[in-house]
Design a protein around this ligand. Structure first.
Ligand SMILES: [Zn+2]
Length: 169
């Protein structure tokens, strides 16, 4: 079982199938992923979508930070080193001691929402929610791909990480 505890996250995830042996410490329990910080306010997603649409035709990026003392969320727009319609290069923010990086969001501009091989490499060493927003500025858009990154694994989110939406993101 991989057990991850962050001020904003409680994650218990099996890393091997169960095996029929006597386990002296009892059951490992169910898999679970709880957001201790609660769901992110949906209004933040709207503001980030506006920001990403304004950056079209290029890709763009945003982080959602959580302040542990104030229990408040905020958006951080990173310095963009390079952005084209198919690539964006940016850096993670330097966090204050009571701040946590909850969610790393980038756009695929007009393209489909999926995690590329580059995204996989970028996310391999982080504990965070990762989102890709695609099909921006299109009538059927936007499209969202989501995952929880922890322990080098990419886990599906059981539900949308934003409040006011029961659909899976
Ligand atoms: Zn990407």
């Amino acid at each position: 079982m991989l057990i991850v505890r962050r001020p904003w996250l409680e994650l218990d995830i099996p890393v091997t199938p169960p095996f029929p042996a006597y386990l002296p410490y009892g059951s490992v329990g169910e898999r679970r992923a709880e957001l201790r910080c609660g769901l992110m306010p949906r209004e933040l997603l709207g503001r980030i979508l506006d920001h990403f649409r304004a950056a079209l035709p290029n890709e763009a990026a945003a982080f959602v930070l959580w302040n542990e003392n104030e229990r408040s969320f905020s958006i951080h727009y990173p310095q963009i080193d390079d952005a084209t319609p198919s690539r964006v290069t940016y850096r993670s923010p330097i966090l204050a001691p009571d701040q946590h990086l909850i969610c790393d969001i980038h756009s695929h501009a007009h393209g489909a929402a999926f995690f590329s091989a580059t995204d996989d490499a970028d996310d391999a060493h982080s504990t965070k929610i990762a989102l890709v927003l695609g099909r921006l500025g299109q009538p059927e858009g936007p499209a969202i791909a989501s995952r929880l990154c922890a322990g080098g694994m990419f886990l599906p989110l059981p539900r949308s990480p934003f409040s006011g939406d029961d659909d899976a993101a």
